[in-house]
Ligand binder design. Structure first.
Ligand SMILES: [Zn+2]
Length: 330
């Protein structure tokens, strides 16, 4: 546990055998109510460190509310276990609705598994990936009745006055929290310093990467001196980081176009030809979950490029293929 500013603490929770390595839980305290932002996965390694940190800070959980920046298991897996009589849990509206429906893909025209198959994801790998997905393994033990948050909602915790900033992209209902007087920004998984937030698409219903890039530009306009992300190290210069993330996605999108220039491909085939920061001899040697996340990221780029009319879709033999005439770049 570390005190970042007076009555603002960070507890770093371990995520063993997970490439994210750790997750940051932030705690704001006051003489009346306290607030926890993000909680870690529902697994003992997170719970022990979180309990110890909260003990050290010495807060009364009955006077403590919890905000999850989004529905991923590493951010809200422990919300249920922290809730006491008198405490409230909050989440962005769209993510909260997805949780209530019991599935984060409830509203999709095509279920996620079917969409993965359409994208060329092999059936046996798909079953393996679904079994190992952290969302299934480390989600909350019971349903949480989340209060829905919208852009502009505010929280006052002692000297801190937080405003909700909707930042769809990483998830459809992702939110950040902005403290305009102290120029602090709790960025969840929207802006990370050491790693690139994972933007996945498993649907035709909307364009997650397009939303994400718009949300990045929205954040760029805020006056921020301290960006507190959901994972790893604190970001000092948010505008520099946003600029890097925008450029990263431009380069990746162009990489996708170059791959399609060599012939039409489905998302799984495209992902297998992209460069990834994973230590493995070949695509076939990738761990199953990494194949899943890589394909989801690739679909996000394909959907984005399709939306911009830079590539074309064809469906043949039950698979979605993308192609390009190679004349356009981002
Ligand atoms: Zn996340």
């Amino acid at each position: 546990m570390e005190e970042i500013l007076p009555r603002l603490y960070r507890i770093v929770l371990p995520l063993p055998r997970n490439p994210l390595k750790e997750i940051n839980s932030y705690v704001l305290t006051s003489n009346n109510r306290n607030l926890i932002i993000d909680t870690g996965m529902n697994r003992p390694e997170c719970q022990e460190v979180l309990d110890a940190g909260l003990n050290e800070i010495g807060i009364d959980l009955e006077k403590t509310d919890i905000i999850a920046t989004h529905y991923h298991a590493d951010h809200q897996g422990l919300v249920f276990s922290l809730l006491k009589k008198g405490s409230r849990a909050y989440m962005g509206e769209s993510d909260a609705r997805a949780m209530e429906a019991g599935s984060t893909t409830h509203a999709r025209k095509i279920p996620m598994g079917d969409y993965a198959a359409l994208s060329g994801f092999p059936n046996d790998v798909l079953l393996e990936a679904q079994k190992n997905h952290p969302g299934f393994k480390y989600g909350p033990q019971s349903v949480v009745d989340y209060i829905h948050l919208k852009d502009g909602d505010t929280f006052n915790i002692g000297e801190y006055s937080l405003t909700v900033v909707e930042t769809p992209g990483h998830t459809e209902g992702h939110i950040c929290l902005y403290e305009p007087n102290k120029k602090i920004f709790f960025s969840g998984d929207h802006v990370l310093g050491d790693i690139t937030p994972n933007i996945q698409a498993w649907t035709d219903d909307y364009d997650p990467l397009g939303l994400y890039l718009t949300s990045l530009k929205k954040v760029y306009d805020l006056d921020v001196e301290l960006c507190l992300p959901g994972h790893r190290t604190i970001v000092k210069d948010i505008r520099k980081r946003v600029t890097e993330l925008l450029e990263h996605h431009r380069v990746r999108a162009n990489e996708v176009i170059s791959i399609l220039e060599r012939g039409a491909k489905n998302a799984y085939q495209t992902a297998s030809e992209m460069k990834w920061d994973i230590v493995a001899k070949s695509w076939d040697a990738f761990p199953v979950m990494q194949k899943w996340f890589a394909t989801g990221e690739t679909i996000a780029h394909l959907r984005y490029l399709e939306n911009k009319n830079l590539i074309q879709r064809d469906v043949s033999n039950g698979l979605i293929f993308y192609s390009t005439d190679g004349t356009k770049r981002l």
